[in-house]
Ligand binder design. Sequence first.
Ligand SMILES: *[C@@H]1O[C@H](CO)[C@@H](O)[C@H](O)[C@H]1NC(C)=O
Ligand SMILES: *[C@@H]1O[C@H](CO)[C@@H](O)[C@H](O)[C@H]1NC(C)=O
Length: 297
Amino acid sequence: MARRQRSPSALLMPLSTLAVTIILSILRPAAATASAKQSWLDEFTTDGEVRSDFDRSGKQVASLVLDESSGAGFNSTQKYLFGEFTVEMKLVPGNSAGTVTSFYLTSGEGDDHDEIDMEFMGNSTNAPTVLNTNVWASGDGKKEHQFYLWFDPSADFHKYAIIWNDKNIIFRVDDVTVRVFRRYNDLPYPTSRPMAVHATLWDGSYWATEKGKVPIDWSAGPFVVSYRGYTANACVAAADGGGGSTCPVGKNEWMQREQDDTDRLTVAWARRNCLQYNYCEDGWRFPGGFPGECSRE
Ligand SMILES: *[C@@H]1O[C@H](CO)[C@@H](O)[C@H](O)[C@H]1NC(C)=O
Ligand SMILES: *[C@@H]1O[C@H](CO)[C@@H](O)[C@H](O)[C@H]1NC(C)=O
């Protein structure tokens, strides 16, 4: 099996590499966030215990609470067909083993659904949290790249972004691109089903931590994860489901966004230093041969 196991010390990457990353992210400033709304949680329906608060700078902070009786989440009331979706998250601190925190897009529950995932798999105290990225197209979803993060995601808020257009899906962490999932016209890709934005915190004991070996320790609960600074620069799908959509001014910024030289550098950097699992190296899961995109990346 090609699955690579790394000790947490592998996370301590050379300082020079980190410096390059920081410089790269400064060179390409984040898009202006003038559109940041105050009560962004109003655009969602909630499930379970969701607390809303405002931090000192006036940003709304939504916190999801997981206890033995229930997880929590929020779903956007609108569906989108392409866009740039950004949120800052502060993950569950301490012993978060067995918990799964997510920020994702999905077209629904059906067997042929589309989905774009960022999921954070909790871990024991001081063990690294894993970020699972995945893309589902027409119900086909074994396309995970999993990363160790280069910071403690529970110590403070960090920014996570999904850019989804008809050319590629770009996953970004603190304005650093860690993965680009490209579209090939002959291979599955989410192109037509509108998706809603979801955030959840739930008990994933049966698979999340060391493949299910470490369950949730409820005595460490309730578990809380916080979200703030949500923005969706995205085309809103018509509510009648007829396939129409309304796009915001300035959409070319993300609609035309493709992997550039900086992305190539940071994706290669993330592969070398942070990638912990790559479906394209897991032959055990694909006895009939790897998915087509694996040999084209
Ligand atoms: C959110 O979406 C999930 C999955 O589609 C669904 O099961 C749940 O009922 C939705 N919750 C709300 C509050 O809309
Ligand atoms: C949890 O930490 C262990 C090391 O203690 C590591 O092998 C594993 O990849 C980490 N993440 C998950 C989700 O199990």
